[in-house]
Write a protein that binds this ligand. Structure first.
Ligand code: SF4
Ligand code: SF4
Length: 231
C-alpha cells in the first residue's frame, strides 16, 4: 500500500489529474495475463481548447496540437512509471496513448483498451460517444494505462453508464457514427459506435488541420463534468 501511495503521488505530482487501479486478469489477452494489474491515468484536457471546437466547422488546429501533445505526455508519464516499477523489481509495460493496430478482423484498436482499464478502476463510464466520461471532467480527458505484475488495492469498477436520456453527442456527431445505445459491462464497442465512419469523416473533412486530425465534437458537447470551466 505504501508503494501504491508513492506511485499515486508520483503521478499526481507529474500533472496527472486522476489515478485508478484495477485487476484486469480476466480481460487481458493470454500473453499479458501475468501483468494483471492496470494503473489508469487521466489527463484533463484544456477547457478553453475543447470549447473552441465548433459544432459546425469542427476542430481547430490548436485542438489537433493539444491532442498530440497530451498523447506524448501520457507516453512519457507512463514510461516514468514503468521505470519506477522496474526499479522496484516488477515487470511493467505501458499501453501506447494512441495506437491503431490493423489485423484481420481487428481494426482501429490498440493493444488493450484504455477505457476498459479506466471503467474497471472506477475512473468513469463509457458514454454514448464511446469515450470515457468522468464525473469531474466529463469527456474532456485522455487516458493512459500501465500493466504490471505488482499487486495493488484495487478500486471499485463502474459497470453502467450514467448518460441516461442525454443524447447530445449522438445528435452532434457529423459522421453519424454513434448508435445512441447506452453502455454497460459486456456491450461491445461496435454496438455503440462505428469507428470506420468516425475515422473516414476525420480524414476527409479536416485535411486542412493536419494528417490524422481528430474531431472532438462529441467531447465538446458532453454536459457532464462538475469541474469544467465554462467561458
Ligand atoms: S470524434 Fe467526431 S466523428 Fe468521431 S464520434 Fe466523435 S463527433 Fe463523431
Ligand atoms: S453527451 Fe450525453 S450521451 Fe453523450 S457521453 Fe455525454 S452524457 Fe453521455
Amino acid at each position: 500500500m505504501l508503494k501504491q501511495n508513492e506511485l499515486t503521488e508520483i503521478l499526481l505530482d507529474t500533472g496527472v489529474s486522476k489515478v485508478g487501479y484495477s485487476n484486469l486478469e480476466d480481460v487481458l489477452p493470454e500473453e499479458l495475463k501475468h501483468l494483471k494489474s492496470g494503473i489508469s491515468l487521466v489527463i484533463r484536457l484544456s477547457d478553453q481548447v475543447i470549447s473552441d471546437i465548433d459544432k459546425e466547422k469542427g476542430p481547430t488546429p490548436t485542438y489537433f496540437h493539444h491532442y498530440r501533445t497530451v498523447n506524448t505526455f501520457i507516453d512519457q508519464v507512463s514510461l516514468k512509471v514503468t521505470t519506477q516499477l522496474q526499479r522496484w523489481g516488477y515487470l511493467a509495460m505501458a499501453i501506447p496513448a494512441s495506437q491503431s493496430i490493423n489485423n484481420d478482423g481487428w481494426h482501429y484498436r490498440g493493444l488493450f483498451q484504455h477505457r476498459t482499464a479506466a471503467t474497471r478502476s472506477g475512473i468513469g463510464w463509457i458514454g454514448k460517444s464511446n469515450c470515457l466520461v468522468t464525473e469531474e471532467f466529463g469527456s474532456r480527458v485522455r487516458l493512459g494505462t500501465i500493466l504490471t505484475n505488482m499487486e495493488f488495492q484495487y478500486d471499485t469498477s463502474i459497470e453502467v453508464s450514467q448518460c441516461g436520456k442525454c443524447n447530445l453527442c449522438v445528435t452532434a456527431c457529423p459522421a453519424t457514427a454513434l448508435t445512441g445505445q447506452e453502455w454497460k459491462v459486456g456491450v461491445a464497442r461496435e454496438e455503440l459506435f462505428d469507428p470506420e465512419l468516425c475515422s473516414l469523416h476525420m480524414k476527409r473533412s479536416y485535411k486542412h488541420i493536419g494528417r490524422g486530425a481528430v474531431c472532438g465534437i462529441c467531447l465538446k458537447v458532453c454536459p457532464k463534468g462538475k469541474e469544467i470551466l465554462k467561458r
